[in-house]
Design a protein around this ligand. Structure first.
Ligand code: PMP
Length: 398
């Protein structure tokens, strides 16, 4: 028997929570677990610009033949413009190359494979805490991983001094994974001055920056959220960026993302890209078309693009409003804890500061689901469930 010795893997902690939520018979249950955007009505709709793009695609599509290994050049160009800005030096000097990838996860994996297969770096340093899958993606690609401090539980803020101290322990030639915006799970991002300092430090330490850009547009704005990456490019010639369009286009199940690699010059970029291609080929041979066609259609059509920008703003603003309402309701209930720090966080997630025991009580006694480390998906809060949620948190904190 070959399979007899296989030991069952533990359930994915976040997706497992969704299953538990589904099976909970309580009608007033609240799911603040998984990171999927929801409207105030609690649904995850298809964006209007996406529906319109799909109508165009349906009419105009003439073949289902394979795409190039790295996707179409048009898609790559649009992704680079979104990440670096259309008038960036990186684009003008033609030293960035983009491959389509199956979601942000696929982009991270292709990047990890490239780094490992070409022996580009030593360890990759990852924030503590981080999106749980990061360690798995880089570890399974064969890279050694290490953690740098990022979040201070006591001050409920970015542990910038700890972060810098730990990065100084990295060896020249290591890589560092950075969340470009909307850090998952803490919601804490460096401010402009801190990005500048980090960008210089990483260059000085001779580390290779690898950005995970899963939430462009969910922080301060589509352009604004690229600030960290663009600042790094002032001091670092070589950078990797894993983009995801799962959240900002709502294309979760289409699995659409991209890996962009910036090299020091055009000639190096071409050599690098030939190896990135091998990594893609070995993983998926060539990418699926539908998600990429949607993103390409929306971004290249001025009307659809304007509609997309407005729809992203609507998602971002709703989350921000919910944060503010959540904080003001909790504070006006006279909670033992001041929750104002939640207003300093960005993106879909917040660290609530609730303990694992409090999280367990919220689930058991109130049907409120959140990840054990106290992470809440703010997008799960609505004007209909916020009062019950705040009351439950107030009671649990007594
Ligand atoms: N990086 C981070 C930080 C994420 O939160 C996520 C999604 N939860 C991803 C990458 C993966 O995104 P995708 O679904 O596009 O693979």
């Amino acid at each position: 028997m070959f399979f007899e010795k296989i030991v069952a893997a533990p359930a994915d902690p976040i997706l497992g929570l969704t299953e538990e939520f589904k099976n909970d018979p309580r009608t007033d249950k609240i799911n603040l677990g998984v990171g999927i955007y929801k409207t105030n009505e609690g649904v995850t709709p298809i964006l209007k610009c996406v529906k319109k793009a799909e109508e165009i695609i349906l009419k105009e599509e003439t073949t289902k033949s394979y795409l190039p290994i790295v996707g179409t050049p048009e898609y790559g160009k649009l992704v680079r413009e979104l990440v670096f800005g259309a008038d960036s030096e990186v684009i003008a000097s033609d030293r960035a190359r983009t491959t389509q990838a199956p979601g942000g996860t696929g982009a991270l994996r292709v990047g990890a494979d490239f780094l490992k297969q070409q022996n580009v770096t030593g360890k990759i340093w990852i924030s503590d805490p981080t999106w749980a899958n990061h360690f798995q993606v880089f570890g399974k690609a064969g890279l050694e991983t290490a953690k740098y401090r990022y979040y201070d539980k006591n001050t409920r803020a970015l542990d910038f001094e700890g972060m810098k101290a730990d990065l100084k322990n990295a060896k020249a030639g290591d890589a560092v994974l950075l969340h470009a915006c909307c850090h998952n799970p803490s919601g804490m991002d460096p401010n402009a001055a801190q990005w500048e300092e980090l960008a210089k430090l990483v260059a000085e330490l001779k580390l290779l920056p690898f950005f995970d850009f899963a939430y462009q547009g969910f922080g301060n704005g589509i352009e604004e959220d690229a600030f960290g990456i663009r600042t790094f490019l002032k001091y670092n010639k070589e950078v990797l960026v894993a983009s995801s369009f799962s959240k900002n286009f709502g294309l979760y199940n289409e699995r659409i993302g991209a890996l962009t690699v910036v090299s020091a010059d055009k000639e190096t970029a071409d050599r690098v890209f030939s190896q990135v291609k091998i990594a893609v080929r070995a993983n998926i041979s060539n990418p699926p078309a539908h998600g990429a066609k949607i993103v390409t259609t929306v971004l290249s059509n001025p009307e659809l693009r304007a509609e997309w920008v407005a729809e992203v703003a609507e998602m971002r603003d709703r989350i921000k409003n919910m944060r503010e309402l959540f904080v003001s309701k909790l504070n006006s209930l006279g909670c033992a804890v001041d929750f104002s720090f939640i207003n300093t966080q960005y993106g879909m997630f917040s660290f609530s500061g609730l303990s694992p025991e409090q999280v367990a009580t919220l689930k058991k006694d109130y049907g409120i689901y959140m990840v054990g480390n106290g992470r809440i998906s703010v997008a799960g809060i609505t004007t209909s469930n916020i009062d019950a949620l705040c009351k439950a948190i107030y009671e649990v904190l007594q």
